[in-house]
Write a protein that binds this ligand. Structure first.
Ligand code: MN
Length: 216
């Protein structure tokens, strides 16, 4: 992992994500945009539940489960990388969600930045081929999970991981993720995950992906 300060926790917003209250509890950081900012692609109602209820619950459970363990004072990414069982599930889900929401935006569909485009072309042939493979990985992941774009050995690769799966456990650092748990889209598109994935591409914040890649 990079020693560059900016991405030292695997996220661009390390300090806010690792902020604690007086009782050594992680605190839900503010959503980086308005709850309605991703409409019409992802509704304010979905964000209210997904960020304000689901993510908040993972953080609450993480705080309960880490208390009195050797993980108590570790930063979020280290707990997610090293813990097991329920503590892993809740720490990884907290990291994964912050990572997902950090690279969404509602200012219109964007395009990959220069370095991102170059790496996507080298790794997948073209940006379109990458998007097809990433979409396919999301559509075919059985049950709940996450699709990741990971930078490893100078190449980008796609990983589809079930449940709370996160590249942190393999010592890898991602540059983009897509949540394919039903709670990410059920209020908007019900069972139609493919429709949600179409919407996802409209709200990817490619500038954040470019910034993450610059960390390595
Ligand atoms: Mn989720």
């Amino acid at each position: 992992m990079t020693e560059k300060n900016k991405c030292k926790c695997g996220l661009l917003s390390c300090e806010a994500v690792n902020a604690k209250d007086g009782d050594n509890r992680f605190v839900l950081k503010a959503l980086p945009y308005g709850e309605d900012a991703l409409e019409p692609h992802i509704s304010g109602r979905t964000l209210a539940y997904h960020y304000g209820k689901h993510l908040a619950a993972y953080i609450d459970n993480l705080n309960k489960l880490k208390t009195g363990t050797p993980f108590e004072n570790l930063p979020l990414h280290e707990i997610a990388a090293k813990a097991t069982g329920g503590l892993f599930n809740n720490a990884a889900q907290t990291f994964n969600h912050y990572f997902y929401f950090e690279a969404l935006q509602g200012n219109g569909e964007g395009q990959p930045g220069e370095r991102t485009r170059q790496l996507l072309e080298e790794s997948f042939g073209s940006v379109e081929q990458f998007k097809e493979q990433f979409t396919q990985a999301g559509a075919t992941l059985f049950g709940s999970g996450w699709v990741w774009l990971v930078l490893a050995d100078g190449k980008l690769k796609i990983e589809a991981l079930a449940n709370a799966g996160t590249p942190l456990t393999a010592g890898e650092y991602p540059v983009l993720t897509m949540d394919v748990w039903e709670h990410a889209y059920y209020l908007d598109t019900q069972n139609a995950r493919a429709k949600y994935i179409e919407h996802f591409w409209k709200v990817v914040d490619w500038a954040k992906v470019e910034e993450r890649i610059a960390c390595f």
